[in-house]
Design a binder for this molecule. Structure first.
Ligand code: COA
Length: 336
């Protein structure tokens, strides 16, 4: 990574939103053959939130999380220059970010979606920091939001136990180079294994015989759980190591490990591979499951609310998931 930094970037505020409806493991065991014990042992997940309202979408959750982040610092939405909505479950294939822009009244903001599954928030932060560190923009709203419950086959016990819906938002602001808190990043993609985790376009579903073309429909989420697990525990530690090595810091300097909240066993395995004490893992997935692009900002927001994170703490943030995509961003926490 080459840096052309003319100024710094720091996270100024966070907010999050989850649907009211909670689905427990025991409730899932009434739909498919599974048990609370199996799910907790294999994943650490106890319950997840689902967006159930007919007219509710990803946009409602993203708006709520964004307003909370704005309110925390009494920022007028018109001060936002750019909105990046990391989501793989938009309510409009053309993108949902513009709906968020309009609903929160960010009248001066450019807005676009970023699709990178569970790595979406990490890619969003890195993208935002480029615009800030090169002096293009001053305030950027990065949202990670997903409603995978809409794309799950609720009769498939190997996937329906894992996912939940949520949104998390962060406001990142330009600052002096000395106060820069987005210290480094390391990103990867390997499309060879895209089939390990996907929500595929299904051309068989809607054939138009007059025009001889196929029209849009998507299948349910499909996943090779074993391979995704192996990928995560082998590749994420390597990404973290590359990132900290090029920053010339050591494993001992890490205060918090904030990984995409996919599975408690993955979080522990990554920490153990890196010899990071498991007490440094930030984890809230027992309550929410895997909320895809929302999981990192949701966990960050909670960790800040509970005052886990202190000024100058070094937080290693890693996302991983479909694509396959994975990457790390290292943040030095500057209190807002
Ligand atoms: N309840 C009970 N049994 C289940 C089950 C469920 N919900 N899901 C699968 N099983 C069964 C399987 O059918 C299999 O039975 P069999 O041995 O009779 O064939 C057995 O449990 C073992 O299945 P397996 O797939 O090998 O389990 P696993 O230990 O790999 O755990 C996951 C499955 C999905 C929990 C695990 O692979 C995982 O977490 N992978 C990563 C997924 C992930 O994080 N994806 C998102 C990344 S962003």
């Amino acid at each position: 990574m080459k840096s052309f930094m003319t100024q710094g970037a720091k996270i100024l505020s966070t907010g999050s939103a989850v649907p009211d409806y909670s689905l427990s493991n025991n409730q899932i065991s009434e739909i498919v053959q599974t048990s609370d014990e199996w799910i907790v042992t294999r994943t650490g997940i106890k319950e997840r939130r689902l967006l159930t309202g007919v007219n509710q979408s990803i946009v409602d959750l993203a708006v709520l999380a964004s307003i909370k982040a704005l309110d925390k610092i009494s920022m007028n939405p018109s001060e936002i220059d750019l909105i990046i909505l990391a989501t793989s479950t938009p309510n409009d294939l053309f993108g949902s970010a513009s709906q968020v822009q309009s609903k929160i009244g960010a009248i001066n903001a450019v807005a676009f979606d970023l699709t990178a599954a569970c790595s979406g928030f990490v890619l969003g932060i890195v993208t935002a920091s480029q615009f800030l560190q090169n002096g293009s923009y001053r305030n950027i709203l990065v949202i990670g939001a997903d409603t995978l419950s809409k794309w799950i086959d609720w009769s498939d016990r190997s996937t329906c136990i894992l996912f939940g819906d949520a949104a998390g938002a962060t406001i990142i602001q330009a600052c002096s180079k000395e106060n820069n808190s987005i210290l480094n990043f390391q990103l990867n993609t390997d499309g060879h294994y895209a089939n390990y985790l996907s929500i595929l376009y299904d051309h068989k579903n809607a054939f138009n015989p007059f025009l001889n073309l196929y029209q849009g429909a998507f299948r349910y989420l499909s996943m090779n759980g074993k391979e995704v697990y192996k990928f995560a525990v082998s590749q994420v530690p390597l990404s973290i190591l590359k990132c900290i090595n090029s920053l010339n810091i050591s494993i001992h300097d890490i205060d918090w490990l904030l990984l995409h909240q996919a599975n408690e066993r993955i979080l522990t395995a990554v920490a153990e591979k890196l010899s990071i004490n498991t007490s440094k893992i930030i984890s809230n997935l027992s309550k929410y499951g895997n909320t895809s692009a929302a999981s990192i900002p949701l966990a960050l927001d909670e960790a800040l609310q509970t005052k886990k994170i202190s000024n100058n703490d070094i937080i290693v943030v890693s996302g991983f998931g479909a694509g396959l995509t994975w990457g790390t961003v290292i943040i030095k926490w500057n209190e807002f």
